[in-house]
Ligand binder design. Sequence first.
Ligand code: MN
Length: 391
Amino acid sequence: MTQITIPADSPFGLANLPYGVFSTPGTAPRVGVRVADTVVDLAAALGDDVFARPSLNAFMAQGRERWVEVRERLLDLVTGDVPGTAVHPVGTVTMHLPFEVADYVDFYASEHHASNLGRLFRPDSEPLMPNWKHLPVGYHGRAGTVVASGTDIVRPSGQRKAPDEAAPSHGPSRRLDIEAEVGFVVGTGSALGGTVGTDEFDRHVFGAVLVNDWSARDIQAWEYVPLGPFLGKSFATSISPWVVPLLALEAARVATPPQDPEPLPYLREKNPWGLDLDLVVEWNGQVVSRPPYREMYWSPAQMLAHMTVNGASARTGDLFASGTVSGPAKDQRGAFIELTWGGREPVEVNGEPRTFLEDGDEVVISATAPGAAGTRIGFGEVRGRVLPAVS
Ligand code: MN
């Protein structure tokens, strides 16, 4: 038997208890929970086969009562004696994609980001489109290319046409960028033809991860009218390995910014799901931005209500991401196209002026949030390195 030492200031203390999928050398991936600097093997510790699987989907599909029950059992387990064979130092495990991604949707919920991108992509029009304050704008992305943190990102090639070029050409993206986002994972789905109200959010959504929505801005700018993002984003989306349960985010709930005009009834919230998360973006080890999630105009409960208002079903493993998190200040922008204003205002990274990503660059996005009883909880990180394009 082992007792896990949990320092009072650990971002992975009892207020957090995020779930992931891990393996140790020579063993199959299975579900674990992060406690301080250890990973607890839940199949071994609780003797329940639902955790012996290589994804969280089966457990998530069991529903909220079960999520609450397991969280209570975990609190008892990790504050007492844990079977020694179930406890692994975090440095000895490999983390995998934590769930099988069903459908993937990406929203555009930051007013600061949407306004900045509007100014950059459409300098002669209003920064926000007329629909933006009436509905959470989003698009369906490519679930099959959502990858685990640490997966290398091969620079995409595609069609690009700069405004001053007469014709498009094909080649490696010259404006490869990141988008620092938060993603929400559906645990229990909804019926085709049904809807999910804003007050049903916590019955359906299991937890949250960090997302890097890698974006090739030159490919995006040429292809996106009139149907939206396509190959400029579908080549890879990275997510963090730890799914922070919604049950751990109660202390992080805040009001969303004032919504004016008042949204239609199906988008209204009695108790809003704004979240007070602090993101940090590191470029080759240097902090370049601190995006504040609390600034997001639309809440994730409003996103899910909107996604299903037409009768589209949600299902276990659906991932919907918030869109780039950007605050009002320049050093709070969650994409390099905003941070460098379209590449015209380079930022200094380790003493060099930089605009978009170069081969070999590494980006790490991390986040923390208020936890229960005055603690702070951590999301860990989502990490990715750019490899040269395939020639
Ligand atoms: Mn995005």
